[in-house]
Design a protein around this ligand. Structure first.
Ligand SMILES: C[S@@+](CC[C@H](N)C(=O)[O-])C[C@H]1O[C@@H](n2cnc3c(N)ncnc32)[C@H](O)[C@@H]1O
Length: 233
């Protein structure tokens, strides 16, 4: 679903590459670890040190890569469409190789990774099916796909992914609303089975960092899904 029917703030909307090309300057100061890293920390069905090779889809500035390195993931590549974000990821020095490509059609070889991971980018895709198919293509037959997303409930309150320009103007980045059932349908069609799921809510830890979100207390703001390949039994 297009975000426009939920829009209450009416910010100017930028295409993805232009938006992140600008946001890169303040991105890491504005994205809270509560959104994604806290959910990743709680995942129980992935043995991170056992992952020999992973691909970080929509790696952005490399926040996820730094986290993967801390968990002991042995080697990982990053893919992103925005060169300015990739340059910051390169500076982190944790990725084996970085590729500028669309996460729905990376052009990378099939079956090379134990794990694909994608954080905080699915809302920028008009259709989820190509992402789940590409993650399935990139991973081995025993592969895992971890997806962390901005929660559709939060988007539907009218809060689109946005940032503030140096002059203070709030600008949004092209976004779409995907119901959690849209994820399940797209994942099943690509051969994935749900192994684990969690949702992050606006709780006291969040409010300590963002007191102005008190009105959103207890609302779900992000979610994590761990998908595994369906295997013959
Ligand atoms: C909110 S950032 C998330 C970055 C990183 N995963 C993190 O958690 O900090 C979203 C990223 O998705 C990338 N992106 C959005 N749509 C994309 C696409 N179709 N293909 C590749 N990258 C995409 C943007 O360039 C941006 O770097």
């Amino acid at each position: 679903m297009d975000f426009s029917s939920f829009d209450v703030r009416k910010y100017r909307v930028l295409p993805v590459r232009q938006g992140y090309g600008e946001w890169v300057h303040s991105y890491e100061q504005t994205v809270e670890d509560e959104m994604d890293l806290r959910l990743l920390e709680s995942i129980e069905t992935v043995s991170w040190p056992g992952i020999r090779s992973a691909v970080d889809l929509a790696c952005g500035t490399g926040r996820t890569g730094v986290w993967l390195r801390r968990q002991g993931v042995q080697a990982f590549d990053g893919v992103d469409i925005t060169p300015e974000m990739l340059a910051r990821a390169q500076d982190k020095g944790v990725y084996r190789t970085l590729y500028q490509a669309d996460i729905t059609d990376t052009g990378l070889d099939a079956g090379n990774y134990d794990l694909a991971i994608e954080a905080l980018a699915d809302e920028h895709l008009a259709d989820l099916a190509p992402l789940y198919r590409e993650a399935a293509r990139l991973t081995s037959p025993e592969g895992t796909f971890v997806l962390v997303g901005y929660h559709p409930h939060f988007l539907m309150q009218g809060i689109i992914t946005h940032f503030h320009r140096a002059d203070g103007e709030a600008v949004a980045i092209e976004s779409y609303v995907h119901l959690l059932s849209d994820h399940v349908k797209a994942a099943h069609a690509a051969g994935w089975t749900l192994a684990e799921m969690d949702e992050g809510i606006i709780d006291e830890a969040w409010l300590a960092k963002k007191p102005k979100w008190a009105q959103y207390r207890n609302r779900p703001v992000s979610f994590a899904m761990v998908w595994q390949k369906q295997t013959e039994r």
